[in-house]
Write a protein that binds this ligand. Structure first.
Ligand SMILES: [Zn+2]
Length: 329
């Protein structure tokens, strides 16, 4: 009996070599009838006291895995979970997800989130490798691919801190994100990664491992540069008034079916550039830049202050900075 368990332990230890881990736990599925024959087996394997056969078997296997690998048992938060099915002779290994923080920059023309595959409309086809998503044109796909291959994971889930348009450039140091890297074989994270896309380079930087899954994302503020097409001529005097007026202003954003949100616009610096007005805005996360320009559901807006209809052609993201910390349970 014990030699069979030791053989299982050896097998688990060798399968575990595919993973980077410091701690592990094991789970057992016993062959049918083992628990029923507990007394008999107890005598056979010299188990004493009130320990159940299952926990004794777990102990023997864990101890042997530790001896073979030098890894520690951690029942609460193991980096590797080893499931031994003694009935079907199977071992399944699953590693604890790695949560990480990073920042990305992006070129013009790349959307932040995955878009539906244009060939099949999302049903899945050869072009999209049956995923239903366009595999070329988003930051999400790039992050999943690069982080997934760096940590040899089989699935990466991204949580965003704000968003921008596909046309928007995101300049260094980039927009923060959180990634949950599922069942990773590697746990060490590179500091930086680069990815070429058909549109330009995506840089992933400031990568660091988090304690676990964040329970609260930080608040943040950011600087955006908006390129605006005015319908009427705007004078330098109008712009000076705008720059002076939009200084630490509380702005209301009315959302359908939801309570309005209030955010601060810290500063606005506009200048004329040919037929356009280029405006640098520093504002809290959560306010949509284009609506802050046009005034759609947002007040006060640039249109409102300049008393003319404005259309934001595009905006780029400059510095995104957190104003509070990530929180963990
Ligand atoms: Zn497709």
């Amino acid at each position: 009996m014990t030699s069979k368990l030791l053989a299982f332990a050896k097998w688990a230890a060798s399968k575990g070599r595919a993973y980077e881990y410091r701690t592990f736990s094991i789970g057992l599925t016993l062959p049918e009838g083992v628990q029923e024959r507990e007394d008999e087996l107890r005598a056979e394997s010299k188990i004493k006291g009130f320990e159940t056969i299952k926990s004794e078997m777990s102990r023997i296997i864990s101890r042997e895995i530790s001896r073979l690998t030098g890894k520690r048992v951690d029942k609460m938060t193991p980096e590797l979970m080893v499931l031994l099915n003694l009935q079907d002779h199977k071992i399944t290994l699953t590693s604890r997800p790695v949560f990480l923080y990073g920042r990305y920059t992006k070129p013009e023309g790349l959307s932040q989130r995955k878009e539906r595959c244009p060939h099949c409309g999302g049903r899945g086809c050869e072009v999209c490798k049956e995923t239903g998503f366009d595999l070329k044109t988003s930051v999400e796909v790039v992050l999943q691919r690069k982080l997934g291959s760096a940590l040899e994971s089989d699935g990466v889930r991204i949580t965003w801190m704000g968003s921008e348009d596909a046309e928007s450039l995101v300049h260094p140091p980039g927009r923060p994100f959180i990634a949950e890297v599922k069942n990773p074989k590697k746990r060490g994270v590179p500091k930086r990664l680069f990815a070429r896309t058909g549109k330009g380079e995506v840089q992933i930087s400031h990568i660091r491992t988090l304690l676990g899954k964040p329970t609260k994302l930080p608040s943040f503020k950011f600087r955006a540069r908006a390129y605006i097409e005015p319908t009427n001529k705007i004078s330098p005097r109008d712009l000076r008034a705008l720059n002076l007026g939009m200084n630490r202003v509380t702005v209301e954003f009315q959302r359908p079916q939801q309570r309005p949100i209030y955010r601060t616009v810290y500063s606005v610096r506009g200048k004329l550039a040919g037929d356009e007005v280029v405006v640098d805005i520093e504002m809290d996360g959560g306010l949509p830049v284009k609506r802050f320009v046009s005034g759609e559901a947002v007040s006060p807006s640039l249109s409102e202050v300049l008393k003319t209809e404005l259309k934001c052609r595009k905006f780029d993201i400059y510095r995104v900075s957190e104003t509070s910390e990530l929180e963990f349970a």
